[in-house]
Design a protein around this ligand. Structure first.
Ligand SMILES: *Cc1c(COP(=O)(O)O)cnc(C)c1O
Length: 457
């Protein structure tokens, strides 16, 4: 198998969705109507949609079959037990609380654990995680290792927590920290994995400070694959075995099943602490639904359960990580500045390096993502100063990096779609000197990137 270079997708296509072909003129009109915010586009006007890998993957034949098994009983549905077993098979936490997606789990957890004066450390908060921490009045602190902030560093585990910085924070702010978080893989930091060694060390620091450790486990299977592939002594272990060790190091987790749940919707919150679980369930009933469905239909619970069995398959993970690297390697060969090494679910273009003539507060990432859409109908996502530059007090500073994320939906696009993406990105990159920045003409106080409107400079 391994002697051939071509990446064979470990599936055949069973049902097809049409892609509408569009012209540059049509896309320019669409951009203007959308206020140059790609979140405002009609998705029919997008040819290759790399906005996110969240909920955009293709479900398998067996997941669609599982949907037919969905039991819609309000309480105690058999589908709930199927879901619970599948979650606990990988993450044997005492209490599992289903939610409609990851941010609902975050909202519930930080409603209980957050609040003014509290500080939540994380390797790097994902945008919704940060927003939910800050909405509670608490402070969100990112403590990733310095290599994790350097787009050109090739450290194999750039998602690792800076242990000394964590020690210092816990020492100085005793009592203010309700929980330590680890995001696997580190999405906002470039889809970078966390090593098992670092997770064990974070656990030891948490033990020394009697501090609970929670996982933001959205891409746990991809992270486990990187551990298997890159970490000394891990190559012979199975992926589920590595996942179970990761789980054993934590006291709880938040999860979006729209990522490594291989489902289109869903998530959960899990933990061992019974008193905390009871407080969370009380909020769940208020905002999501009863404790055995939490905002999901029985059919969704079934699809997630089957997805969890498929996502730890080595054939799937090998293809997944290899096909993402294929895009990265081709763009690298074309001289496009990228975050390295390549993450699991996405390739991140370094817009600040590609557009040095556009100041961070003129949003080089936004400018580049607009150009990729205009020229090729490709929708990426700015992960930079638009997303992270504005602070709760209304001030604005450049984000650590200005990136454009090309996220790869799971099992959705073929190699020829990706070859087209490579061609378009390389063409735009060659002409990057001609791109101008943008300014914001309208924005909301939180998560502004979803709704802001821009104008070209
Ligand atoms: C997607 C994601 C979330 C939020 O999950 P949703 O299902 O989109 O609400 C939280 N953390 C990380 C790392 C994510 O990638």
């Amino acid at each position: 198998m391994h002697r051939w270079r071509t990446i064979v997708e470990p599936f055949r296509i069973h049902s097809v969705e049409p892609i509408r072909m569009t012209t540059v003129e049509e896309r320019e009109a669409a951009l203007e109507a959308a206020g140059y915010n790609l979140f405002n586009l009609h998705a029919d006007d997008v040819m290759i949609d790399l906005l996110t890998d969240s909920g955009t993957g293709a479900m398998s034949r067996d997941q669609w079959a599982a949907v037919q098994h969905g039991d819609e009983s309000y309480a105690g549905s058999p589908s709930w037990y199927v879901f619970l077993d599948a979650v606990r098979e990988l993450f044997p936490f005492e209490h599992v609380i289903p939610t409609h997606q990851g941010r609902a789990a975050e909202k519930i957890l930080f409603s209980v654990l957050g609040g003014p004066g509290k500080i939540v450390p994380n390797n790097t908060h994902f945008d919704t995680t940060r927003a939910n921490v800050e909405f509670s009045g608490a402070e969100a602190v990112d403590l990733v290792i310095p290599e994790g902030r350097d787009p050109s560093s090739t450290h194999p585990f750039k998602g690792n927590m800076d242990l000394q910085a964590l020690e210092r924070l816990l020492g100085e702010h005793r009592g203010a920290v309700p929980v330590v978080f680890m995001t696997i893989t580190n999405n906002s930091g470039g889809g970078q994995p966390v090593s098992l060694e670092n997770l064990r060390a974070v656990r030891a620091v948490c033990d020394a400070h009697r501090m609970p450790l929670f996982l933001d486990a959205c891409r746990f299977a991809e992270n486990a694959w990187f551990i298997k592939a890159r970490e000394a002594g891990q190559g012979d272990r199975s992926v589920p075995e590595i996942v179970r060790e990761i789980a054993s190091l934590a006291d709880g987790m938040t999860m979006s099943a729209k990522k490594d749940g291989l489902a289109n919707i869903g998530g959960w919150l899990a933990m061992n602490d019974g008193a905390l679980a009871e407080q969370c369930r009380n909020i769940l009933i208020l905002t999501e639904g009863f404790v055995t469905y939490g905002g999901l239909a029985g059919r969704d619970l079934e699809a997630i359960a089957q997805g969890l069995r498929e996502v730890v398959s080595e054939d799937y993970l090998r293809y997944r990580i290899r096909s993402t690297a294929y895009l990265g390697e081709a763009l690298d060969a074309a001289g496009v500045p990228l975050v390295k090494p390549f993450g699991g679910h996405a390739i991140y273009l370094d817009a600040r390096a590609l557009l040095p003539h556009v100041a961070p507060l003129e949003y080089p990432g936004q400018s580049l993502s607009i150009a990729l859409y205009r020229e090729g109908g490709i929708r990426g996502c700015e992960i930079g100063t638009v997303m992270f530059g504005r602070h709760p007090d209304g001030t604005e500073t450049p984000a650590a990096m200005d990136l454009v994320r090309l996220a790869i939906p799971r099992r959705t696009y073929t190699q020829s779609h990706i070859d087209y993406v490579i061609e378009v990105v390389a063409w735009v990159a060659e002409r990057a000197a001609q791109l101008r920045g943008v300014r914001i003409v309208e924005q909301s106080p939180v998560l502004r990137h979803f709704t802001a409107r821009f104008a070209p400079l």
